[in-house]
Design a protein around this ligand. Structure first.
Ligand SMILES: [Mg+2]
Length: 253
């Protein structure tokens, strides 16, 4: 597109008219609008499992604690049924029962692997003065470790908190965290908008729970660089498979 080309939206004809009177379909219009929101965002929220990192934290924890197959089976059943997020989390953690020591050992022996391009993207967003948040259904200690690698302050991490007894044994999780509920990511975004008066918030993630957080998020970008969720790929108006695509979007203007 030429730099001085003016685009405007014709709501009656449901298309965008360029200064050259070229018609662009409506789907393209909303994609263009989303790109505009992304370039002007005050805050960008990233999902963590299979988005910022290559793996699913709970599966890695289950494998590490020797119950990988049983938990994977439980996840499959939970995904095809109508179990709430909290019930599914309770059941899986009840099987894993990770101790404080096991969680620490997982982080030191088998740290989460960052997705290619995420470091550069977070860096670039922060240079532009954009607030970057990690909003995860995973666990605070693991997500904080990821945040540290990306120079994201701990205060910008929203995740579930495991609880332990004084001897380090598993004692459940904090059920009052918004991320422990179905629809929790949306609640976090509403809270951020209220607290910081953000005008434009972007959510990026691989899963249906990330897509459901828009609205209140102003734009959702589906990410299929680690795993492709069919439903998200089909429904997301903006779907990417590498973070370079977003870096390019910021550099073009
Ligand atoms: Mg995810």
């Amino acid at each position: 597109m030429a730099q001085d080309e003016v685009l405007y939206y014709d709501s009656e004809k449901e298309c965008i008219l360029s200064s050259y009177r070229k018609k662009v379909p409506k789907r393209m219009a909303s994609l263009m609008e989303m790109k505009e929101i992304f370039r002007n965002a005050d805050a960008v929220c990233f999902d963590v499992d299979s988005t910022v990192i290559r793996e699913e934290g709970i599966d890695e924890l289950a494998k590490f604690c020797g119950v990988g197959d049983a938990v994977a089976e439980m996840t499959r059943r939970a995904m095809s049924g109508t179990v709430t997020f909290k019930a599914a989390l309770t059941a899986r953690l009840g099987l894993i029962r990770p101790s404080y020591e096991q969680v620490q050992k997982l982080i030191s022996d088998n740290p989460p692997e960052l997705t290619p391009g995420i470091r550069e993207l977070v860096n670039r967003l922060q240079q532009r003065g954009v607030q970057v948040f990690l909003v995860s259904g995973g666990f605070q200690s693991i997500v904080e470790h990821v945040a540290l690698q990306l120079n994201i302050p701990t205060a910008n991490v929203f995740a579930n908190r495991l609880k332990f007894y004084f001897n380090g044994e598993y004692a459940g999780f904090d059920e009052t965290q918004p991320t422990a509920e179905s629809g929790g990511k949306g609640k976090v975004i509403t809270h951020l908008k209220e607290q910081f008066h953000f005008k434009k918030v972007v959510m990026i993630g691989d899963g249906a729970t990330d897509m459901e957080a828009c609205p209140p998020a102003d734009c959702f970008i589906g990410f299929g660089g680690n795993v492709i969720r069919k439903q998200v790929k089909e429904k997301a108006k903006w779907y990417i498979t590498h973070f370079d695509e977003l870096l390019k979007e910021l550099e073009e203007r």
